[in-house]
Unconditional design. Structure first.
Length: 179
């Protein structure tokens, strides 16, 4: 149980019940990370909207976005998100456990094309120290084919992961089981 109260799907009403139904349709269950937000349905709505945008991103691959989440969560020591994203990389993106472990330690080993590998490295570096991002770095990302929108969206995805990791760690949200 997390350190604050959550509302289970069977007890949800109104807008919360509607969001839970939408989440269940995509995932087949309501993850504990989403239940944490049940204390504030408006926050859950924003969180869920961000997830749907990422899942439906027109040009950033799901593999790269999942790798962003994994690597950021490793830095934040968020066991919930490390397990979830490692599982997604193995089950949905064909990576082995060894590959996942290698990339978590060294993002340059990510099985991505040059464009996305550069973007992944940028997001990791920017989150480590946002003040050291340079105009030249942005130009290099564009030179390998990334649009400014892709650069923005990838970094926004990483920063949202940091926030989520902090919330999940602080409130001691447990891993989802048997789903």
């Amino acid at each position: 149980m997390p350190l604050i109260s959550i509302i289970e799907p069977e007890d949800a009403q109104g807008a919360l019940a509607e969001i839970y139904t939408d989440i269940n349709e995509l995932f087949g269950f309501v993850p504990n990370a989403m239940k944490l937000d049940s204390i504030n349905p408006e926050h859950l709505s924003r969180h869920w909207s961000g997830i749907k945008q990422a899942v439906q991103h027109p040009s950033l691959s799901q593999k790269m976005l999942t790798l962003i989440r994994l690597i950021i969560s490793e830095a934040q020591a968020c066991e919930y998100c490390i397990g979830l994203n490692a599982g997604l990389l193995i089950q949905m993106h064909g990576m082995s456990q060894n590959q996942v472990n290698e990339v978590a330690k060294d993002p340059s080993r990510a099985p991505l094309d040059e464009k996305e590998k550069a973007l992944l490295s940028f997001v990791v570096r920017a989150i480590e120290d946002s003040n050291r991002v340079t105009a030249e770095e942005i130009e290099t990302l564009k030179a390998v084919g990334n649009s400014e929108r892709e650069i923005f969206d990838a970094l926004a995805h990483g920063t949202q992961q940091v926030a989520g990791d902090i919330m999940l760690n602080a409130f001691k949200v447990e891993a989802d089981m048997h789903h």
